[in-house]
Design a protein around this ligand. Structure first.
Ligand SMILES: Nc1ncnc2c1ncn2[C@@H]1O[C@H](COP(=O)(O)OP(=O)(O)O)[C@@H](O)[C@H]1O
Ligand SMILES: O=C(CO)[C@@H](O)[C@H](O)[C@H](O)[C@H](O)COP(=O)(O)O
Length: 478
């Protein structure tokens, strides 16, 4: 059963609780989960936008980088926003986050611990930017020049190992500055535990490429032969294993609190709600994923199919999820909002983004249908990087904000549907969709489009589901 939510009117006994953290692409979410009579219950939550996007000094406009300091600052703000007396009762910490990306740091100098108004916190020190899953520096010719992985997963731009190969070729001196690397969630876990070298769960290792999920090992021979800096590869552990214990008091969380090896955000959003294989799980946050649990015993093919819109990612207990992972989710709407803000600024009007969301959503709610046809893939898709966005059927009568916003949300959902259609879900025995993510939770138009596209009941969770899943994985640990 999915955990209950009970933010208000709570009288928690002095029981221990688990802190769940999700380091998302747009925001950090934190929750406190406690085992209660009615089952695991979220007793408090706090989310903060990171606003961490920065220019990419090395890759220019193709790059997509985030300032790790801003991500950690948002995390610290979240912790400060949770009830401090509850933090003192945290006995375990589960962490998830955006997959595929890579951050580099110098061991022993990855952060410094400082005392602030809210107790001890850490601040990043000798750390690179996070090069995210949205990074586009690895062109198709570059990717074709790389060795063929020995894995069922192909390698795409934005995958950790592809990014490291890019630096090896284009800026080898950059790599010489660092001796450790991981996803942003691996970095945070390593800093909390005061670890010299990070650990990485199979879920995140698979997302870097050049990782064989059957043997659960990096493609060492292939990587060594091509002079890949293998010393940067983290040690890999099973999802659900502990990475270590907190090395310091963190905010009010006691020193010695157990910390799980970091997990993938989409696996955690599934873990927070999936009760059986008749559920499909939909998450639309910055990106969008629709996923199903594969039967136990399923093993993926030996070699990748880069043209398939579906991928098989490791879940828990040696099982797999099949996922349509779209690079075009809430980020498409966010880009539209940002474009409007910039156009208005050029026209001499200053309007904050936060004012625009409710306006475009209410305009589209009033426009229940449109013939305007937007293919929204402004970020390409991994299986079809060359197909960018397009608009068809532009009639003079369909140019209102309502038409365009409705068509944009319709396009995002239709694109995902083209990757994993209803028919496939029906054949897999799906009877309902469990949905989460801010781009659904905060956008009724997107919810309407999902309900129109898929002929199943859709049940909505909250926007903190990956954080709940990360905490639940730790709570259920024996
Ligand atoms: N005020 C808002 N109204 C509607 N949608 C919003 C609003 N703010 C953010 N969003 C949507 O939420 C998305 C980010 O979701 P979030 O859950 O924070 O992402 P992540 O989990 O990737 O960090 C944005 O891309 C945007 O589409
Ligand atoms: O690309 C995949 C899986 O291959 C994504 O599902 C994966 O979860 C990544 O972490 C996301 O793209 C980032 O997640 P989010 O911040 O958009 O929630």
């Amino acid at each position: 059963m999915p955990p209950k939510i009970q933010d208000k009117g709570l009288n928690p006994a002095m029981a221990a609780c688990v802190l769940g953290i999700d380091l998302g692409t747009s925001s950090v979410k934190t929750i406190l989960l406690q085992e209660m009579e009615q089952g695991p219950t979220v007793i408090s939550s706090c989310a903060r936008e990171t606003r961490a996007q920065v220019e990419s000094p090395s890759a220019g406009p193709q790059g997509n980088e985030q300032d790790v300091r801003k991500i950690v600052a948002a995390l610290n703000d979240c912790l400060a926003g949770l009830p401090q007396q509850l933090l003192g009762r945290v006995c375990r910490i589960g962490v998830s986050g955006q997959m595929h990306g890579v951050v580099f740091w110098k061991t022993g100098q990855g952060c410094k611990w400082i005392e602030s108004g809210h107790g001890w916190t850490f601040e990043p020190e000798e750390v690179s930017h996070l090069i995210t899953w949205q990074d586009g520096r690895c062109s198709s010719p570059f990717l074709s020049s790389l060795p063929q992985p020995q894995s069922h997963l192909s390698v795409a731009t934005g995958f950790g190992c592809a990014t490291i190969y890019w630096y090896l070729k284009n800026s080898p001196d950059f790599l010489k500055r660092y001796d450790a690397a991981g996803t942003i969630q691996d970095y945070v876990v390593a800093m909390l535990c005061g670890q010299e070298k990070p650990q990485m769960s199979v879920q995140n290792a698979a997302s870097w490429g050049y990782f064989n999920t059957t043997s659960k090992s990096w493609n060492m021979d292939i990587l060594k032969e091509s002079h890949f800096p293998i010393h940067l590869l983290p040690e890999v552990v099973q999802p659900g294993e502990l990475a270590g214990e907190t090395a310091y008091v963190w905010h009010q969380i006691p020193k010695g609190t157990e910390v799980g090896a970091a997990l993938g955000d989409f696996q955690c959003s599934v873990y927070s709600c999936m009760s059986d294989s008749t559920n499909a799980v939909l998450n639309i946050s910055t990106s969008a994923q629709l996923t199903l649990l594969m039967p136990s015993g399923f093993q993926p093919a030996d070699s990748p199919n880069p043209r398939s819109p579906l991928a098989y990612y490791p879940y828990f207990n040696n099982t797999y999820l099949v996922v349509a992972a779209s690079l075009n989710g809430g980020n498409v709407v966010a880009t539209f909002v940002n474009m409007l803000v910039r156009w208005m600024a050029e026209l001499g009007l200053q309007v904050p983004e936060s004012d625009l969301y409710p306006r475009i959503i209410s305009a589209a709610l009033a426009q229940t249908d449109t013939d305007l046809n937007i293919c929204p893939t402004i970020f390409g898709e991994r299986h079809m990087p060359e197909r960018l966005a397009s608009v068809m059927g532009i009639a003079a009568s369909d140019l209102s904000l309502g038409h365009v916003t409705r068509a944009l949300c319709h396009g995002v959902v239709q694109n995902l549907h083209s990757m994993l259609p209803s028919q496939h879900l029906k054949e897999a025995g799906v009877t309902r969709i469990l949905a989460s993510g801010s781009a659904l939770g905060k956008n009724e138009v997107m919810r309407q489009e999902v309900e129109k596209a898929y002929p199943f009941p859709v049940l909505y969770g909250r926007n903190v589901d990956s954080a709940v899943g990360a905490a639940l994985a730790m709570l259920r640990r024996k």
